[in-house]
Design a binder for this molecule. Structure first.
Ligand SMILES: *[C@@H]1O[C@H](CO)[C@@H](O)[C@H](O)[C@H]1NC(C)=O
Ligand SMILES: *[C@@H]1O[C@H](CO)[C@@H](O)[C@H](O)[C@H]1NC(C)=O
Length: 202
């Protein structure tokens, strides 16, 4: 566009200045994006966040009584929580444990807050209880069916409120939900429980 005008001698007034400015701005923005990206990459490489590992180590039920679509049962679970990170430690501000069957919550318990260091393995036990929990007809029927086989496939959810600590920096609180599925509990307590891994997807 900045060519000489059609009549020879008179060039069109230069319009380079705004373009140069625009180029400068675009270049600056790109540089900032690249620098921030590099900083994030370096931080990520330094910290190398690893996924937290949860397993159900023990699962028992006693006092199982299902009558008129109402359930009584006492569960007993032992979980293991492993923090494989070499730089990240964790504050568990709360952990709620929900026992569900066919998407219906049948029992609930929670544990005390705790702090977990790097590479640490912490075991914790919970005892969710179902006291006269009303069940839908279908849930009741299916659960009775499982009872007749002497074992139940439950889903256990761990809902944790956590904060991360890296060096002296602490993150804000976030919620982490892990699903342990299927957790096979036997009515006959002499039968061995099989360890179940939990994941962030149901
Ligand atoms: C469950 O336990 C309560 C008392 O804690 C009792 O009143 C109720 O009848 C029991 N229900 C069943 C289905 O056993
Ligand atoms: C993990 O941390 C808890 C609490 O600080 C401690 O009691 C336990 O011994 C630690 N476990 C391992 C394997 O380091």
């Amino acid at each position: 566009m900045a060519r000489p005008g059609p009549r020879g001698g008179q060039p069109i007034p230069p319009r380079q200045r705004p373009r140069l400015l625009l180029r400068c701005i675009v270049f600056s923005i790109l540089s900032i994006i690249i620098l921030v990206g590099l900083a994030l990459l370096i931080a990520w490489l330094a910290v190398r966040p690893q996924r937290l590992v949860y397993t159900v180590e023990e699962g028992k039920v006693h006092g199982f009584d299902l009558q008129n679509n109402h359930l009584n049962a006492s569960f007993d679970f032992v979980f293991e929580s492993y923090n494989p990170n070499r730089k990240v430690s964790l504050y568990y501000d709360s952990i709620a444990v929900l026992v569900t069957y066919h998407d219906q919550t049948i029992a609930f318990d929670s544990i005390e807050p705790f702090y977990q260091r790097r590479y640490n393995v912490t075991k914790f036990g919970v005892k969710p209880m179902a006291r006269s929990v009303p069940l839908s007809g279908k849930v009741s029927k299916d659960l009775k069916h499982e009872q007749s086989y002497g074992e139940m496939d439950l889903e256990v959810q761990l809902k944790a409120r956590i904060r991360f600590k890296i060096g002296i920096w602490k993150s804000s609180r976030s919620t982490l939900t892990n699903f342990c599925n299927p957790v096979k509990v036997h009515l006959d307590s002499s039968k061995a429980f099989k360890r179940t891994y939990c994941g962030t997807h149901s």
